[in-house]
Ligand binder design. Structure first.
Ligand SMILES: [Zn+2]
Ligand SMILES: [Zn+2]
Ligand SMILES: [Zn+2]
Length: 225
């Protein structure tokens, strides 16, 4: 509670000094933000406000969140597997990094002293004094992994994933086309890009292959874990 009051006080002072309008309503947004979960979108926060009986518009909430970022009360991040901008509390003196599930978008925060130290060492070895950094690890959480079939179509595979080609569905024509592309059963491949819009690029050895949606749906492979 003391923390909340202190943040509110500082926030108000900044806003008054900057001549920002609707200060009381903005403080209310700050309050809801500080009481909400980490990594929230402006839409989610607007929903919380409405549920709470405060009918702020989406643009007012977003504008206030951006002011919070400007004044150092929040930071925003577009974790790159998802188009939504997420806001999180900026606690002074506390640093954390993120692990993100590319399937369910779950975000886990961590702070590892060894990693922090190694980054400092890497910077120093390159004649840098480190000021800040961002570390994001992308993966698949164990809950999503459990739900996943052993063999998946390439359309379902995620960037960075390595797989063994196991099966091709469709007639002889499809099989021939895949062979002429230089791909065969048992080949190890890596997904280079898959934006979920049908087209993906894979690496097979030193070759990059572009697959359309139709092809990506027909090739089945087993993820290497
Ligand atoms: Zn870190
Ligand atoms: Zn997940
Ligand atoms: Zn975070």
């Amino acid at each position: 509670m003391e923390y909340l009051n202190r943040e509110k006080e500082q926030f108000k002072n900044f806003f008054e000094a900057e001549g920002v309008n609707d200060i009381n309503a903005r403080v209310k947004v700050l309050e809801l933000f500080l009481q909400s979960k980490q990594h929230i979108t402006s839409d989610e926060l607007t929903e919380i406000a409405v549920k709470n009986g405060d009918f702020f518009s989406k643009s007012f909430v977003e504008d206030t969140l951006n002011l919070m970022c400007k004044f150092g009360f929040a930071s925003k991040n577009r974790f790159d597997n998802n188009g939504d901008i997420k806001y999180e509390h900026k606690h002074l003196g506390r640093h954390h990094d993120h692990i993100i599930c590319v399937k369910c978008q779950k975000i886990v925060e961590f702070n590892n002293e060894d990693i922090e130290y190694l980054q400092m060492k890497v910077a120093a070895a390159n004649d840098f004094y480190i000021l800040q950094h961002k570390m994001e690890i992308y993966g698949i959480c164990s809950a999503c992994l459990k739900k996943r079939p052993k063999i998946i179509s390439l359309a379902m595979a995620k960037a960075g994933e390595r797989l063994i080609v196991k099966d091709v569905i469709g007639g002889i024509k499809v099989k021939m086309r895949i062979l002429t592309m230089g791909l065969k059963m048992g080949d190890e491949i890596e997904i280079i890009t898959n934006y979920g819009r049908g087209e993906l690029v894979i690496a097979a050895g030193h070759n990059r292959l572009m697959l359309g949606q139709g092809m990506a749906d027909k090739i089945f492979a087993e993820p290497i874990t």
